[in-house]
Write a protein that binds this ligand. Sequence first.
Ligand SMILES: [Zn+2]
Ligand SMILES: [Zn+2]
Length: 359
Amino acid sequence: MKRRLFILLALALLLAAAGWLVRGQLAMALYQRGAASVLASNSLDGLPDGLHAAFCGTGSPMPDPARGGPCLAIIAGKRMIIVDAGEGSAKTLAMMGLPAGRIERVLLTHFHSDHIDGLGALMLQRWVNASATAALPLHGPVGIGEVAAGFNAAYSRDSTYRTAHHGAAVVPPSGFGLSQRAFALPEETGIILKDGGLTVTAIRVDHSPVEPAVGYRFDYKGRCITVSGDTVPSAALAKAARGCDLLVHEALQPRLTRILGKAAKDAGNPGIAKVMADIEDYHTTPEQAAEIAQQAGARMLALTHIVPPLRLRALEGPFLGDARSRFDGELRIMADRDIISLPASGGTKISRLGGRVRG
Ligand SMILES: [Zn+2]
Ligand SMILES: [Zn+2]
């Protein structure tokens, strides 16, 4: 009896060991396949000619397991322009199969930390992936020079290690860093870029006491996207976005942030309670964003910079309030890796790019 038990135990152990071995081999095979598909993935070249908004970060400074810091890739034809570079931007772009080496330039809406704290990784990835020979252009209102110089200084030592390790052919010293392209803050709107059929217009918005602050409008082959940046409800933005296919707007729901404020107060953290109260006065609620989209006559409203994090899908209703009833077009709460495509030939398509990097 004892012997039989021993044999059974030994058999079970043997089977478990074999199982682990097979699992490991299976994982290695999947890893190989995954690595090949990740390294070869390029969503950019598969997109139809037109204008696209790819959401490489839909969150805010608040910790959110589902959303990275603010980042939007505007793709016009085969050109890729990044608007804001919050934490995690470079990683999310990679997961979306949007090659960092193809980033043409970066535009900042304002200099709040959550809109720039992914800039270092982004410029580094673009440099190495493209073996770039010129620094990455960084556009923004006056003040952008300090941001560019700061990142260049912080990463200057790292840049020498990269070239020493991988060689100047892979990481040419001339391609390191950011090259600032400051523009004067417009009274209302001002064109900051016009070439190859693409027009980019800066729009002055109100994110006081944060100044300067702008949004951007992109026009390409008859399609149009306006991006709010961070702002209170802005009549200037509604005017500038007139007739656009898509308005990408920030959104904060005070009904929810007040709950966080009260919880912080109850937990003995009056500083955070005050921050929760303060942030209400320089953002836009989902209901107000819907009204702006309605005023603009936009066809679609995409909410991003979602404050606070929506840990449950069921919170989307309370977050939106009655926003849907204030806008005739389609309204969406965006998630990281979503892409809204506006082909030059017409129509609108919403999909999600990429998945979890295996391994
Ligand atoms: Zn801000
Ligand atoms: Zn922000």
